[in-house]
Design a binder for this molecule. Structure first.
Ligand SMILES: [Zn+2]
Length: 597
């Protein structure tokens, strides 16, 4: 065999665009077609002919298994199954079929290492394992996808599929395995080796996003390394308050143990009722010389000091004794203390409200279950862009646009008071968003997001309520939306065990179902074929401690070509807003039916 033929890429590559005809490949033909037009059709045809004659002569020489008909048929039949599974919603969820198919591609690559389709086989073996991983979420499956793509990029670096394989390798390491260094290396290679590939631009975006995260982490560790003896540092105390609710948030450099205590008023010493919190193993990293004045109906002020070398004590001087709840949110660590007005006072306020309402609408039965106020939370913002999708569209911009439109509609059509957690491109910590909803005493809290997936074909809508879950995909999503690791989520599961019990769980579930079914049916009616991913549960920080029915909705995939593009269109956003509005109306109606029974 002539020496130069040992590298099939060099000899056969130019002719491949003519030989391959499958539908999925068409999308990638753009790049090759332009190569073809650069070389000129005559050259292309000539190289095709050369290749054909070469293959023929090799076959005649008895070199079966290289460029032969059998391997071509085997590959095409596997590729046909791949296209079918990708197209069919039902078959596409069949794990066994994906696994068998991945095996077929792998076997092909093993048996025909010199076929012109070997690089494709490795690529689709990886893609099939990626699809299987999406269904079974097993690390071992992701490893197999990685293995095949790695074989492709190392052995067939000139394959037209090599850049895309590099990208999936990067994403698998970044999001699937949480190995940033490895991910960065793949993205970097892609950008350097194939600077003009469309996948290189995507890789550059991932690199930029990773750099931002890295810089923030450095800043965090710089803060925490400033503490002596490795103790947690209390760096800031923030508060949000209203008539019946106050939230105190303490920013910490790392995890701490804490104890809360309640002290009754001591009139003889002119001391008000107090709640104090001891942060064990902590040092004061902020100015504690002056009390932090709050002066709302519940809380007068907050004092803080280094109580002992090992303990920071935070004292809440209360205006009146009220119930409280404390919990620690990880990554970065912050201790949250919610103070609630007494039930009696709440009831009294509600009664007053009802009386006002009935007197203003003479003869009309007061609607005690009507929705008065809704807090809409456009996810992310500022330094946190959320997911980045097709054409570099950021989640934070899409959800802000939708939230503003929805707010307008809710006011105009339902007369509901709407508060947005952000009105522009600013960063708001997750716990502050819930605090706004609590302080506003809202009747509903809706956190608006759009979904993302390493699988560009993933699409559809799903609605979440706050609860523990073992579902891997939900844990992964929550980790991403929380900006934390998966370990952070398991820490929170423990913390939350009793918190979720007193939240408005049942109402949240009902609302989630109303919203989900409305969006699916309205959008389906208008645009057809909307994938209903259902109502699910997960531990989203932004829902923790909400005192009203609250949901988080993932409105389509920004990473899906069709959905990602649609999400930026005004007409599509308007339709989405109509669909959300319908869901809120449906919830209000059902809530009223229940209350009037
Ligand atoms: Zn989000």
């Amino acid at each position: 065999m002539p020496v130069q033929l040992t590298s099939p890429n060099l000899v056969y590559r130019p002719s491949l665009s003519l030989r391959r005809t499958s539908a999925v490949r068409l999308s990638r033909l753009g790049a090759r077609a332009s190569l073809c037009s650069l070389l000129g059709p005559a050259h292309c045809c000539a190289s095709f002919l050369t290749a054909f004659i070469l293959a023929l002569s090799l076959l005649l020489a008895g070199s079966v298994g290289w460029g032969g008909q059998r391997d071509k048929d085997l590959f095409l039949s596997a590729k046909k199954e791949y296209d079918l599974l990708k197209k069919s919603a039902v078959a596409g969820r069949n794990s066994r079929r994906w696994e068998t198919l991945a095996g077929r591609f792998q076997k092909f690559a093993r048996e025909f290492p010199r076929s012109p389709d070997t690089d494709d086989a490795l690529f689709y073996a990886g893609k099939s394992y990626q699809e299987l991983y999406r269904l079974n979420q097993k690390d071992s499956t992701l490893d197999l996808a990685i293995k095949n793509w790695q074989a492709l990029v190392s052995r067939y670096s000139k394959s037209p599929l090599a850049p895309e394989a590099r990208y999936w390798l990067g994403l698998s390491f970044e999001e699937g395995k949480g190995e940033a260094t490895e991910a960065r290396a793949h993205y970097q290679t892609l950008v350097e080796k194939y600077p003009r590939a469309e996948w290189a631009a995507k890789a550059q975006k991932r690199l930029d996003a990773m750099r931002r995260v890295e810089e923030e982490k450095k800043e965090q560790s710089r803060l925490s390394s400033a503490q002596p003896g490795g103790r947690a540092l209390l760096t800031q105390i923030r508060h949000t308050s209203s008539q019946t609710y106050t939230r105190i948030t303490m920013d910490l450099s790392t995890e701490i143990r804490f104890e809360t205590h309640v002290l009754k008023a001591e009139p003889s010493k002119e001391l008000p009722p107090r709640i104090y919190v001891d942060l064990v193993g902590a040092r004061l990293g902020m100015d504690g010389s002056q009390p932090i004045m709050v002066q709302d109906r519940l809380l007068r002020q907050v004092r803080v000091g280094q109580f002992s070398p090992d303990v920071v004590r935070v004292v809440l001087d209360m205006s009146s004794l009220a119930g409280h709840q404390a919990f620690l949110l990880p990554d970065p660590y912050r201790l949250v203390i919610d103070i609630q007005g007494s039930k009696d006072r709440d009831k009294l306020a509600a009664l007053e409200k009802e009386r006002e309402l009935s007197s203003s609408r003479k003869g009309v039965k007061p609607i005690s279950s009507g929705l008065r106020k809704i807090v809409l939370d456009p996810g992310h913002g500022g330094k946190d862009p959320g997911a980045i999708g097709i054409n570099g569209v950021a989640e934070k911009d899409v959800v802000l646009a939708v939230a503003k439109k929805l707010a307008k509609k809710l006011k105009a059509e339902m007369g509901i008071d709407v508060v947005l957690t952000r009105r522009d491109d600013t960063f708001i910590p997750l716990e502050d968003r819930t605090a706004i909803a609590n302080a506003e005493d809202a009747d509903l809290f809706i956190s608006l997001h759009v979904n993302a997936s390493p699988n560009g074909k993933a699409r559809g809508i799903e609605t979440y309520y706050l609860d523990n879950t073992n579902d891997e995909a939900s844990v992964r999503l929550a980790a991403r939306e929380n900006g934390t690791s998966r370990k952070g989520i398991s820490d929170l599961q423990f913390i939350l065990s009793d918190l979720t019990q007193n939240s408005k769980l049942e109402d949240s579930i009902t609302f989630a179902h109303r919203l989900q079914s409305s969006v699916v049916s309205h959008m389906g009616h208008r645009y057809g074929d909307i994938r209903d991913l259902g109502v699910k549960k997960a531990l989203f920080y932004v829902l923790v401690g909400a005192r009203m029915p609250s949901v988080l909705v993932e409105m389509f995939f920004i990473t899906n070509k069709t959905e990602g593009r649609s999400l930026t269109r005004q007409a599509y956003q308007d339709a989405l807003v109509e669909a959300l509005l319908a869901g809120i109306k449906k919830y209000q109606e059902s809530a009223q039916v229940v209350k009037n029974l």
